[in-house]
Design a protein around this ligand. Structure first.
Ligand code: NAP
Ligand code: MG
Length: 484
C-alpha cells in the first residue's frame, strides 16, 4: 500500500466480541426433535479460517442417520405437518424468524468465525436477509391458493436439501423457509466447513417448538449428501453448490420421480459502458467481485469495460483496491476476510498460476496479510482472452478477469460465451441500452447500475450450467409444490 493510501486508510482495530456466542465442543445431529449422536460415533473438526484454530467438532452423519432423519420427516409429514392449518404453519415460521432476529448478533459472530466472512457482512447482510426469508415465506404459508389461483397447490412430502459454505445460514434460509411454508418436512445437510450456524438454527427451531421430525439436520461430508440424494423416500432434492456435484446429483436421480432444483456455479459478466457513472461503476465492480472474498455464485468475475474508458476504469479500480482492508474477519473495519478453507485457498492459488502461465498480466493490491490464516490480496488480471481458463472457469475467490470491448454486439456475444448463466451487471446512463443488453444476456438475474442486490421477494436462479429452478419470491414456492 502506498504511504499516502496507508495514511488515509489506517484505522484503529475495532474487534467484535466473540463472547456473544458460546460455542460448544461438539455438535450432534438433529433428528426427530432431538440432538442425537451420529451412529458411526464419528465427528470432524471445524476450523476457523482466520487463524487456523479448531472451533468445534461436528457430527459426521452417514446413510443410517439419513435414513432415521427421513423416517422421522415422513412420519411428521403424515401425522402432523400436512394436517396442520396453513395459518398455524405460518405462525411457526414467523416464530423462527423472530427468534433468529433475537439471536442475530450471536449468529453473525458465529458465521464470521466459522466461515471467514467479515462481521460487517455477516451482521448487515447474511443474517438480516436470512431472517427476512423466513418472514417472507411465513407470509405465503396461508396464501398458496391466492398465489396459484385455480391450480390447487399441494405439498410434496419430504424434501432433502444440501447447501454450500459461502452463505451458510442464508442458503439454509433460502431452502428451509419455502419448504416449510409449502407444507413439506425437511432433511438438510450443511457444508462440512460451515455447519455451526445450522446447528444454532436447529437449536432455535427446537426452542420454537416445531413438531418433532418436521426439521432435521444431518451434518457431514459429500457422502452424507449423496445418502440424502439417493434415499428412496425423499420426494424432492434442492441442491446449491458446484456444477460438478450438481451433475452427479442429476444423474443419480434420473429415472426416479424425485423433483430437483439445482443452484450451481457462475462466471458472471459485469459490463461497463463508456457513458456509465464511472465512480459508481468502480464501486459496483468492487462489490461484484470482492464481496464475501469472491465466494459468491453470482460474483461479477468477468469484467467487460468499453475500450475508450478502460484505462480510466482500471486506474480507479486499482486505487480503490488499495484501500480495501484485508484481515481479521471479526474486525468491523475489515473489507475482505479469510478464504473459507485451506482447500479453497489452494484452488485459488492454482488459478492464479494458470492465469499467469496462459499469458495474462496479474495485479494484486499491496496489503499486509496476517501471518496465520488463509488470506489473499484482491487480485485482477489484464490481457485476458475469451478462451483463457480464468475467463471460463469459476474461481470462487477475489479474482477478477478483465476484458475490453468496442460494440454492444461484441460484448453480448462475449458475455454469453460461457457455460454458465447465473447473473450479470450492466452499467450505462441509457435506460434503452439497459433493456437492450439485459434482454439479450442469458443470465437468471441482470442488475442495472448496481450489483449483488438480494431480496426475499425476488427470484434467483440460473440458465445453462448454472442450474434450474428458482429460489426466492413467488417463483421459489413452485419447486416445493405439485399442482392438479
Ligand atoms: P460443492 O462442493 O458442490 O458442495 C455443496 C454441498 O454438496 C456441500 O454440502 C457438499 O458437502 C455436498 N456434496 C459434495 N459432494 C456431494 C455428492 N456427491 N452428493 C451430494 N452432496 C454432495 O460446492 P461448494 O464448494 O460447497 O460451494 C461452492 C459452489 O456453490 C460454487 O460453485 C458456487 O457457485 C455454488 N453456489 C451456487 C449458488 C446459487 O444459488 N446458484 C449459491 C451459492 C453457491 P461437503 O461440504 O462435505 O463437500
Ligand atoms: Mg469452518
Amino acid at each position: 500500500m502506498s504511504k499516502k493510501t496507508q495514511e488515509i486508510w489506517s484505522y484503529a482495530p475495532a474487534p467484535e466480541s466473540s463472547k456473544v456466542v458460546q460455542i460448544k465442543e461438539k455438535y450432534d445431529l438433529y433428528i426427530d426433535g432431538k440432538f442425537v449422536k451420529p451412529s458411526s460415533g464419528k465427528y470432524f473438526k471445524s476450523i476457523n479460517p482466520a487463524d487456523e484454530s479448531e472451533i468445534c467438532s461436528i457430527a459426521y452423519g452417514n446413510e443410517k442417520d439419513v435414513d432415521l432423519a427421513v423416517k422421522a420427516a415422513r412420519k411428521a409429514y403424515d401425522t402432523v405437518w400436512s394436517k396442520l392449518s396453513a395459518a398455524d404453519r405460518g405462525k411457526y415460521i414467523f416464530r423462527i424468524a423472530r427468534m433468529m432476529q433475537e439471536r442475530s448478533r450471536e449468529l453473525a459472530v458465529a458465521e464470521s468465525i466459522d466461515s471467514g466472512k467479515t462481521i460487517r457482512e455477516a451482521r448487515d447482510i447474511d443474517i438480516p436477509l436470512a431472517c427476512n426469508h423466513f418472514f417472507y415465506y411465513a407470509g405465503w404459508a396461508d396464501k398458496l391458493d391466492e398465489a396459484f389461483p385455480g391450480r390447487k397447490p399441494k405439498s410434496l412430502g419430504v424434501v432433502g436439501q444440501i447447501i454450500p459454505w459461502n452463505f451458510p445460514l442464508l442458503m439454509a434460509a433460502w431452502k428451509i423457509a419455502p419448504a416449510l411454508a409449502t407444507g413439506n418436512t425437511v432433511v438438510i445437510k450443511p457444508a462440512e466447513t460451515t455447519s455451526l450456524t445450522m446447528m444454532i438454527l436447529a437449536d432455535i427451531i427446537h426452542e420454537a417448538g416445531l413438531p418433532a421430525g418436521v426439521f432435521n439436520v444431518v451434518s457431514g461430508y459429500g457422502d452424507t449428501g449423496a445418502s440424502i440424494v439417493n434415499h428412496p423416500d425423499i420426494n424432492k432434492i434442492a441442491f446449491t453448490g458446484s456444477t460438478a456435484v450438481g451433475k452427479i446429483i442429476q444423474k443419480a436421480i434420473a429415472g426416479t420421480d424425485k423433483k430437483l432444483t439445482l443452484e450451481l456455479g457462475g462466471k458472471s459478466a459485469n459490463i461497463i459502458f463508456d457513458d456509465a457513472p464511472i465512480d459508481q461503476a468502480v464501486e459496483g465492480i468492487i462489490n461484484g467481485i470482492f464481496f464475501n472474498q469472491g465466494h459468491v455464485c453470482c460474483a461479477g468475475s468477468r469484467l467487460f469495460v468499453q475500450e475508450n474508458v478502460a484505462e480510466k476504469v482500471i486506474e480507479k479500480l486499482k486505487h480503490r483496491m488499495a484501500s480495501l482492508l484485508v484481515g481479521d474477519p471479526l474486525d468491523k473495519n475489515t473489507d475482505i476476510g479469510a478464504i473459507n478453507s485451506k482447500e479453497q485457498f489452494d484452488t485459488i492459488q492454482q488459478y492464479l498460476k494458470i492465469g499467469v502461465n496462459e499469458g495474462s498480466e496479474i495485479y494484486q493490491s499491496p496489503c499486509n496479510l496476517p501471518k496465520k490464516g488463509y488470506y489473499m490480496a484482491p487480485t485482477l488480471f489484464l490481457d485476458v482472452a475469451q478462451s483463457n481458463t480464468i475467463a471460463q472457469e469459476e474461481i470462487f475467490g477475489p479474482v477478477l478477469a478483465i476484458q475490453t470491448f468496442r460494440t454492444i454486439d461484441e460484448v453480448i456475444q462475449k458475455a454469453n460465451n460461457t457455460p454458465f448463466g447465473l447473473a450479470a451487471g450492466v452499467w450505462t446512463d441509457k435506460g434503452s441500452r439497459i433493456f437492450n443488453v439485459s434482454s439479450q444476456l442469458r443470465a437468471g438475474v441482470v442488475w442495472a447500475n448496481t450489483y449483488n442486490k438480494f431480496d426475499p421477494a425476488s427470484p434467483f436462479g440460473g440458465y445453462k450450467e448454472s442450474g434450474f429452478g428458482r429460489e426466492g419470491g413467488l417463483h421459489g414456492l413452485i419447486p416445493y409444490l405439485k399442482f392438479d
